[in-house]
Design a binder for this molecule. Structure first.
Ligand SMILES: [Zn+2]
Length: 64
């Protein structure tokens, strides 16, 4: 998928995937580096493909 220019412009750019990974690890968050075809640099995203639910996590009850 293409990166939206508006997203690209407000994101931090990293020169390499390694650099992006280091920042992601230091942040303590689950972040994934991806290559941006707008600026030809790397960004971090917290989004994963699809809407996966962590395995083993029960569905929220709707009965309440
Ligand atoms: Zn970009």
């Amino acid at each position: 998928m293409r990166t939206r220019l508006s997203i690209c412009r407000r994101k931090v750019r990293y020169a390499s995937a390694e650099e992006a990974c280091e920042v992601a690890a230091a942040s303590g968050l689950v972040l994934h580096p991806y290559y941006c075809d707008r600026c030809w640099r790397w960004h971090l995203t917290s989004r994963t493909k699809g809407r996966r639910r962590p395995a083993g996590q029960p569905k929220p009850s709707l009965s309440a």
